[in-house]
Design a protein around this ligand. Structure first.
Ligand code: SF4
Length: 404
């Protein structure tokens, strides 16, 4: 995750300790340095969902799948994560709220010292559920909305899904549960972005996460709906402009980008253009501490059957199953070829990524997109929208390493 509000507006938020090693400096509660060494774990608690979204990375279905964890198995898995020292468990899906034991599992995770957070389509969150999740120790609910009503409902395959999600957001806010928007930007919904932000700011929301489309699950079937690199660049510029505009009006809106580390490079360029070289350097230094794309290192995924993946989007490759081996053993297996490749990717990157001046803040972007588009794990990310002169450092001093 890349926090635009932190980088451009110096807005401090919970979680920045994970992203920028700022735990000691921050006034907000942060995750300890020891736990920062471990990955945030996304858990697809179920494959079942009450909606059928066209971009679902988990390929969720409306019918129950076989092999999902029982409550006892889920607790044993949470024990594995706690023993390993994972800082955060993100309950995802499918739609996690279709599990009857969600509140019990959130409570168990919190008791075991994991920070429980939730990713949901929001449509099943009543006021009572929101209160129960808060009381169980849930720290954050990220609720997906992918456009204004017409576009969102088309995307999500159900009329009324937008209104139901907004009601879910309202219920979370009413009970004091920290809540944010998740918005996957595609060609179909880019025009609604500003309208959705304005509407939800009115409702009191102050955290917005913008996701790039990654090519996993059903996302791979709608690659054509992804924005062109130029349109992507314009969308991210719009998000940065919006963040600055809200900040100038005195609103503390946290804005995050997920899924394309060319955004990191772009934000350095944006900061240089908007504020000058000193700010660009400060942004670059923060991003260097963030370390670029976290796949296979600072983020992990465990699916509804217990298979471990390098991220939630990489569902097609299993590193092992937590029913057979503890999560920590699978994650620390240095002999796994994909983990080894991802953790040492700098040695193998090809094409524009190999020579890019922003490699240390991006690390070649999404290896999954490169693989899906070209069959080559180390090819350039096809959705890098950086201009050639920016990649090569022409037209301005290289920020960071080479200039120091
Ligand atoms: S060229 Fe590669 S390393 Fe550079 S910003 Fe683009 S994706 Fe990242």
């Amino acid at each position: 995750m890349i926090s635009i509000s932190k980088l451009l507006c110096d807005l401090d938020a919970e979680g920045d300790g994970l992203r920028y090693d700022a735990a000691d400096d921050s006034e907000k509660p942060q995750i300890t340095e020891e736990k920062q060494q471990r990955p945030v774990v996304v858990w697809n608690a179920t494959r079942r969902c009450n909606l059928y979204c066209s971009h679902c990375y988990a390929g969720a279905e409306t019918e129950a799948a076989t092999g999902e964890f029982t409550t006892a198995e889920a607790k044993s898995f949470l024990d594995q994560l706690a023993d390993f020292g994972a800082p955060v468990i993100l309950f995802s899906g499918g739609e996690p709220l279709v599990r009857d034991d969600l509140v019990e599992l959130v409570s168990y995770a919190a008791d075991r010292g994991l920070r429980p957070v939730l990713s949901s389509n929001g449509t099943l969150i009543t006021r009572e559920t929101a209160a129960a999740l808060r009381d169980a120790g849930l720290q954050y609910a990220g609720i997906s909305v992918d456009g204004l009503p017409e576009r969102n409902d088309r995307f999500r395959g159900e009329e009324g899904a937008f209104d139901a999600a907004v009601r879910g957001i309202e219920h979370c806010l009413e009970v004091g549960l920290k809540t944010g928007l998740r918005y996957t930007i595609t060609e179909a919904n880019a025009p609604d972005l500003e309208g959705v932000v304005d509407l939800l700011v009115e409702k009191g929301l102050d955290r917005f996460c913008f996701y790039h489309l990654d090519y996993g699950g059903r996302g791979a079937e709608i690659v054509d709906a992804d924005l062109s690199p130029q349109a992507k660049r314009e969308a991210i510029e719009q998000v940065a402009d919006l963040t600055l505009a809200y900040h100038d009006r005195g609103e503390e809106i946290e804005t995050l980008l997920v899924g394309n580390y060319a955004d990191a490079a772009f934000l350095v360029e944006y900061a240089r253009e908007t504020f000058g070289e000193a700010k660009a350097r400060a942004v670059y230094e923060h991003l260097e501490r963030n370390g670029g794309d976290p796949t296979g290192e600072r983020i992990a995924d465990v699916d509804y059957q217990g298979n471990v993946h390098p991220t939630q989007f990489w569902q097609g490759y299993s590193l092992g199953n937590v029913r057979d081996r503890p999560f920590g053993e699978i994650w620390d297996d240095e002999l796994n070829p994909l983990l080894e490749a991802l953790r040492n990717r700098e040695e193998h990157l090809r094409g524009k990524c190999a020579d890019c001046q922003y490699q240390s803040v991006c690390r070649g972007g999404s290896r999954l997109r490169a693989l899906a588009e070209t069959g080559d794990l180390f090819a350039p990310d096809p959705q890098c929208y950086l201009h050639e002169d920016e990649v090569r450092g022409e037209g301005g001093p290289v920020v960071g390493g080479a200039a120091d």
